[in-house]
Design a protein around this ligand. Structure first.
Ligand SMILES: *[C@@H]1O[C@H](CO)[C@@H](O)[C@H](O)[C@H]1NC(C)=O
Ligand SMILES: *[C@@H]1O[C@H](CO)[C@@H](O)[C@H](O)[C@H]1NC(C)=O
Length: 458
């Protein structure tokens, strides 16, 4: 994905108003490009009306956009040629209430304990953005604003209850003129768990226009509405144990296919979920094909990290059934022990769908057909096909690792690309107005530069 640099600003107004390259020319260009695909040698690219360079790999419908050099490419269309963003990261001292959302009401929650586990993304993404070369210290020039909160962790560790979380979010927004100006449209939030933005009870009133980063596309089982919106939000990968994602110090290495004891496994608790219960039942009938041990995730016999991954790598297929919600960390973990993930979660949403073709690296099987039929199907897949899926998975798994920005491919790079796609030139809200001289005012015709907190909220 090497083409991440800071030269051009592809999403500026000038870019969209290139007078020499009107829409008709572009359509013409597209047609010509389409033609070149079929008549490669007959058409000279340089004769195109606009300088319209097309990367054949990025535009082909190949599995994942990986060049021969192993680089992952984002399609130019919609994303631009380079990541070029300015993100303002709110400071915890700047807004009264942010600290409570990060460390609890007494400030006692240690964010280091929030870094681990499947929900660590709420902290990790904040830290990565703080160090990012796309961070700006000037709100006036920011394309996007990041609001750091560690509410999933804070709530789990008893630092705030649901009512306090709700009230504190609202208090925080009332101090942000930029949030007010756009109705939250250019503000980014991370909600790292299955509950998604529902962690904040009044999300629908206050941040239903903001950009939400979440591993979860669905929360319709417990709440009747999903907070995820395919248009404005971004699905992010769950946080896989660093010990597995860091190339230099991998905890557990994959086994050759021939050495694997099981056809498939499911390692997790049943939690009373239909699909998981069916798998456990199935493993009792076919114990030499499907491993479904009763694993302890707490107490003295708690399964250690290494044991867990050693179990996981011992099958060709790693089953990832739906749990409390549709996303499942096992899907991402599978890529690091190199088993083929089999999604048994009908509503699942997967990250970076403009870049990754999931049919090439995983299987999604109807959760209503969990039974002997599934095992027969998996058994019928030849090892060569499994190997092919695994090696393609190896090429893209860097997208699930929250590595530092210096890595050539990481979850954060991918998220930055996706964020770039959300950048708008202009922001509006029902309580924002503009005048002939370009000034932004509120309902009382007060100029934006004079807006003072607390800001009236919807
Ligand atoms: C959340 O807090 C705001 C502000 O205090 C309040 O108006 C709203 O009713 C609260 N939402 C819920 C669901 O309690
Ligand atoms: C989003 O918020 C606006 C304004 O606060 C509200 O009118 C609208 O109904 C909300 N939409 C949803 C889907 O909750």
């Amino acid at each position: 994905m090497g083409s991440v640099n800071n030269k051009a600003r592809p999403f500026s107004a000038q870019h969209y108003q290139q007078p020499l390259c009107g829409r008709r020319h572009q359509i013409g260009g597209l047609l010509l490009v389409a033609t070149t695909v079929f008549l490669t040698k007959l058409l000279d690219r340089s004769s195109l009306p606009c300088s319209f360079t097309v990367d054949p790999i990025a535009t082909s419908r190949s599995s994942v956009h990986v060049t021969n050099g192993g680089e992952l490419l984002w399609p130019h269309r919609g994303y631009g040629p380079v990541v070029d963003l300015k993100i303002y990261v709110y400071d915890e001292h700047e807004i009264d209430g942010l600290k409570a959302l990060m460390y609890g009401r007494d400030g006692a929650i240690d964010s280091r304990s929030c870094l681990k586990g499947q929900w660590g993304t709420q902290v990790k993404i904040h830290r990565l953005l703080q160090e990012s070369r796309f961070r700006t210290r000037r709100k006036e020039e920011a394309d996007l604003f990041f609001v750091p909160t560690y509410t999933k962790c804070v709530r789990m560790l008893g630092g705030l209850n649901d009512k306090e979380i709700n009230q504190t979010y609202v208090k925080v927004f009332s101090q942000m003129p930029y949030f007010r100006r756009s109705g939250g449209r250019d503000h980014i939030f991370v909600f790292p768990s299955g509950a998604g933005a529902h962690l904040f009870r009044s999300w629908a009133k206050f941040i239903n226009r903001s950009i939400i980063l979440t591993p979860e596309g669905d929360r319709t089982d417990k709440k009747d509405t999903s907070a995820f919106n395919t248009w404005k939000d971004i699905i992010i990968p769950g946080n896989v144990d660093d010990g597995m994602t860091t190339n230099s110090a991998t905890l557990v290495h994959p086994l050759p296919l021939s050495k694997r004891k099981y056809l498939a496994n499911y390692l997790g608790r049943a939690q009373g979920k239909a699909g998981r219960l069916k798998l456990i039942e199935l493993s009792k009938k076919f114990p030499d094909k499907l491993e479904c041990p009763e694993l302890k995730f707490s107490g003295p016999d708690k399964l250690g990290r290494i044991d867990y991954f050693e179990h996981l790598r011992n099958a060709k297929f790693c089953l990832a059934p739906r749990g409390e919600s549709s996303w499942t960390l096992r899907f991402y973990e599978a890529f690091f022990v190199e088993c083929v993930p089999v999604l048994l979660s009908d509503e699942v949403e997967l990250p970076f769908q403009n870049v990754v073709d999931y049919t090439q690296i995983s299987i999604k099987w109807p959760s209503t057909r969990i039974g002997p039929e599934l095992l027969q199907y998996l058994e019928s897949i030849p090892d060569e096909s499994i190997d092919r899926m695994i090696s393609r998975g190896r090429q893209v798994r860097c997208l699930w690792a929250y590595a530092s920005e210096s890595a050539s491919c990481s979850a954060m790079h991918a998220i930055l690309w996706e964020l770039q796609r959300k950048v708008r030139l202009f922001h509006q809200s029902t309580e924002t107005f503009w005048l002939h001289d370009g000034s932004i005012v509120n309902r009382n015709l007060v100029k934006f530069s004079d807006w003072r907190p607390p800001m009236p909220l919807p």
